[in-house]
Design a protein. Structure first.
Length: 245
């Protein structure tokens, strides 16, 4: 199981998602703003289409979605955001990638470095851990709605690479090049996706014990609490004990 997926499942089981709904709204709005810089019409902008779908999945109000699009296209103020990726290590030498969306690069790099150091990790140079990850399309479906056989057939027809059993969901992986086509094929087939995003997927996982895993979880939580952070990826393989801790 990928570190990112397992972390998401741990969050879900501990009820953290509802507590961070405001943060999720901000993150979704920022993704729409950035995506809309490539054009405000979702029909001709696949990233914007995916961002809107993700926002609707967490019930971001329609007026906020529309406002974010206007900011991204320059029709309203507040769209001056830059995407910056930081790399480093969490406790135990675990590789970490942090994706941010910020209107102030100097503030963000200082805050991310401070958070990493305070939580027992360190920020590294660009490229220090990115080589351990691949950028892939990750599309998730509910196990309650779809069987593995039904999704496997649809995935093969759409051109996806693989299907993984990730506890509460099915995860389908695609290459970056095929991501949009596969997602659009699922959409056209009327299959309801829980999420469809480009993610940094670790090539190999590093097992951690409960003590180290707990430290890594706190490290990730501290990063995710920062308003500029959009995504945090890790190659940690968390022990099952932490799922019910």
């Amino acid at each position: 199981m990928s570190g990112h997926s397992k972390w998401a499942n741990i969050q879900h089981r501990k009820g953290r998602q509802d507590a961070k709904r405001g943060k999720e709204f901000t993150k979704a709005a920022k993704e729409i703003i950035i995506a809309a810089k490539g054009g405000g019409d979702p029909a001709g902008n696949s990233r914007l289409r995916a961002a809107i779908a993700a926002a609707k999945a967490i019930n971001l109000p329609k007026d906020k979605i529309e406002a974010a699009i206007r900011k991204g296209t320059g029709q309203e103020a507040g769209g001056d955001l830059s995407e910056i990726m930081y790399e480093g290590h969490a406790p135990g030498g675990i590789a970490v990638i942090v994706e941010t969306a910020t209107d102030n690069r100097n503030r963000t790099v200082a805050e991310i470095r401070h958070i990493m150091t305070k939580a027992g990790g360190s920020m590294g140079e660009a490229g220090c851990v990115a080589w351990m990850f691949d950028r892939k399309g990750v599309i998730t479906f509910s196990k309650e709605k779809y069987t593995e056989e039904a999704l496997m057939e649809a995935a093969l027809e759409a051109g996806a690479d693989d299907l993984h059993d990730e506890d509460d969901v099915w995860e389908i992986y695609t290459s970056m090049a095929d991501f949009t086509g596969v997602r659009d094929a699922f959409e056209a087939a009327g299959l309801e996706m829980l999420s469809a995003e480009l993610e940094m997927v670790p090539q190999n996982l590093m097992p951690v014990d409960v003590e180290t895993g707990t430290k890594v979880m706190k490290f990730i939580e501290a990063l995710e609490d920062n308003d500029d952070v959009q995504n945090v990826y890790t190659n940690a393989d968390f022990p099952d004990e932490l799922m019910d801790a």
